[in-house]
Design a binder for this molecule. Sequence first.
Ligand code: CTP
Ligand code: MG
Length: 220
Amino acid sequence: MAVLVPAAGIGVRMGGVRKPLIELRGKSVLEWAVTPFLDREDVVEVVVAMDAGDLGGRLGRDGRVRTTRGGGNRFESVANAFQSLKSDATLVAVHDAARPFPPPAAIDACIRLAATGIGAVAGIPAIDTLKRVSRNGAIVETPARHALWYAQTPQVFPRDLFRTGLAHCRAGGPPPTDDASMMEGLGTEIRMVDASATNLKITRPEDVRIAEYLVEQRLV
Ligand code: CTP
Ligand code: MG
């Protein structure tokens, strides 16, 4: 399996901080995010889309890991990483550099599903009721919550499907904010895999405090 790690964001909601480089209890957020993949022998290649900065720590010492240039949005960063793959891995996983605690069990479940030809997306069932709103914030509808999930990463797919999805997206439409949406509508089944609320994405400054707490309490 090959792992693509979009890491080139500029962290606007964090106040202009490059989130993958934030230090969390002695390791960068990026190193936290990638380590559970490096613990797997079936991971043959990890490409981090990131413009500058050395791969420190374990990432710098593991020959499977290298960087490629970032893109102007997440989709372009993922596409760059995909294009630079060197191995003949038949499965492709995408995992956000800003998500430091991907649960090993969820990684494993996603890979197993993808190996059967089904795309797999880690996530959790929606907790709050969600509202669809108009531009000015007026509620348009309240979709049934039981049918709604939050999508996280990892997201794992057969490589051929992934390639088709990328090409499909290039052909038109706005850039997708996650990977599975590139492939929805292509007729291939993609399923949600129940992960964990601890699989948080560092987005705002308070998320760093929460992440530190999770580490201290040994909740991840
Ligand atoms: N990402 C990327 N290339 C971009 C934008 C985002 O590789 N041009 C990556 C981020 O580094 C992150 C992941 O995509 O690992 C999810 O994006 P997000 O959480 O939105 O990070 P940022 O874009 O950095 O944050 P913000 O949207 O607040 O600016
Ligand atoms: Mg962003």
